[in-house]
Design a binder for this molecule. Structure first.
Ligand SMILES: [Zn+2]
Length: 212
């Protein structure tokens, strides 16, 4: 699949104002903070492979798909989605670079990374991703995760210290088995009883008992 392909040709609803190919730096500046005129339907930007768009729900969401980093940035210049899904495995997305460009401290946009290889998780966590969804995932899991993140994206900023955003959780008492340093980040559930953990110090990834 060509990485130069622009916005998905799949029949996903795309806002008529969105045309990633025509973005200019001036328009970017002007529209940076402009929101969708109607926020009743959450907007989700799928920066994923064209082959994976169908794996995400489109009901109750306005889904916009972009398959290159350039196209994703062009979409973000024009609208502010509630959630952006970043495919860590699709080369055209250049996920680490895209996250560095998009993720800032004071933001409403919630970012979820998807990946097939857990070893990439520490990099995504360090980049500031709020959630990680491991592949392969069930459609209902993607739907529930996106619904949750869309709701959390609308919480007032003051609530973020009370209600942590995203699904990653840091556990001070969980030490890395490789470097013995505490503060492991649980980023996905391997099963009902186990979670995937990442050490942000040495970037080791492992499965351990699930913390509650
Ligand atoms: Zn470690």
């Amino acid at each position: 699949m060509s990485i130069s392909k622009h916005v998905s040709e799949r029949p996903v609803p795309v806002h008529p104002a969105v045309n990633p190919a025509s973005g200019s730096s001036t328009a970017r500046e002007q529209s940076r903070r402009v929101k969708e005129p109607c926020e009743t339907v959450p907007v989700v930007l799928l920066a994923v492979s064209p082959d994976d768009v169908h794996r995400y729900p489109s009901q109750s969401l306005r889904v916009i798909a972009a398959h290159t980093r350039r196209d994703a940035l062009a979409v973000l210049d024009r609208i502010e989605p509630r959630v952006m899904v970043v495919d860590w495995d699709h080369p055209g997305i250049e996920a680490p670079v895209l996250c560095r460009q998009v993720i800032r401290g004071d933001r409403e946009l919630v970012v979820m990374a998807t990946m097939a290889v857990t070893e990439a998780a520490p990099l995504a966590l360090k980049a500031g991703c709020d959630a990680i969804l491991l592949k392969p995932f069930a459609a209902n899991l993607a739907a529930s995760r996106l619904g949750r993140l869309c709701r959390e994206a609308t919480l007032p900023a003051a609530w973020r210290t009370i209600v942590p955003r995203g699904t990653n959780r840091t556990w001070g008492e969980v030490a890395c088995p490789a470097c013995r340093i505490g503060g492991a980040v649980a980023f996905d559930h391997g099963s009902y009883r186990r979670s995937w953990y990442a050490c942000l110090t040495c970037e080791h990834v492992w499965q351990g008992p699930r913390q509650e």
